[in-house]
Design a protein around this ligand. Structure first.
Ligand code: AP5
Ligand code: ZN
Length: 216
């Protein structure tokens, strides 16, 4: 199954993707994760991405599309994949159509997680991530058993540099200006499915699961 998970920053894409890819045994392709990994390693891609990610702005299309093209050509994507955080502009969506066409493939579902802007700010500023395994927590909504420590691996939890109130504002504006128009793009193709992302994490997962299994 070839899936795209959409939604504004903080909608819960990463949280849900982590659960769904484990269940459907498909790779999780997050452009945000790819940029953060490159930034951590200090590769040329990381150096380039850093100036945009740290400012809360979208990385230029040609850089982002190149990464996804390379990733989708790998063998483990043949049985399906979940894209999280890509595409984010109309140009990226058009490029994705081309890439998949060249691979004799296509998109099965585009799921949009809908969450109100006021709630997004609280979700993002309270988010904490494990330095070792990448698991996501929230100080209030999904806290670890022991503050600052990952339940899964005992790793240290940290706050992303773009999760400050000021950067979140910029990211939400980028979303509204450049990414929200994509909803109409996929609606017109008959692929778009909307999901209420404001309920608790388990409820959203249950609904997403049944939507993907065709039981809703
Ligand atoms: P990226 O990493 O993709 O960030 P994002 O889209 O801003 O999304 P987030 O990761 O912030 O949120 P999420 O929806 O995954 O929410 P999460 O599950 O963590 O991108 C970062 C940057 O990289 C961009 O700004 C840009 O610079 C660059 N970039 C990436 N892709 C790009 C592209 N295609 N083109 C150009 N540039 C690109 O949840 C958030 C918090 O809420 C967590 O703490 C979680 O525990 C909690 N939570 C989740 N669900 C619930 C729930 N149902 N109830 C209560 N709490 C919840
Ligand atoms: Zn961990």
């Amino acid at each position: 199954m070839n899936l795209i998970l959409m939604g504004p920053p903080g909608a819960g894409k990463g949280t849900q993707a982590e659960r769904i890819v484990a269940e459907f045994s498909i790779p999780h392709i997050s452009t945000g994760d790819a940029f953060r990994a490159a930034m951590k390693q200090g590769t040329p891609l990381g150096v380039k991405a850093k100036e945009y990610v740290d400012a809360g702005l979208l990385v230029p299309d040609e850089v982002t599309i190149g990464i996804v093209r390379e990733r989708l050509q790998q063998d483990d994507c043949k049985g399906g994949f979940m894209l999280d955080g890509f595409p984010r502009t109309i140009s990226q969506a058009e490029a994705l159509d081309e890439i998949l066409k060249s691979l004799d493939s296509g998109i099965d579902h585009v799921v949009n997680l809908k969450v109100d802007r006021g709630l997004l700010l609280a979700r993002l500023t309270g988010r904490r991530i494990c330095r070792s395994c990448g698991a996501t927590y929230h100080e209030l909504f999904n806290p670890p058993a022991k503050a600052g420590v990952c339940d899964k691996c005992g790793g240290e939890l940290y706050q992303r540099s773009d999760d400050t109130e000021e950067k979140v504002g910029t990211r939400l504006d980028e979303y509204l200006n450049k990414t929200a128009p994509l909803l109409a793009y996929y609606e017109a193709k008959g692929l778009l499915r909307e999901l209420n992302g404001e309920r608790d994490i388990d409820e959203v997962t249950a609904e997403l699961r049944s939507l993907l299994r065709g039981q809703d």
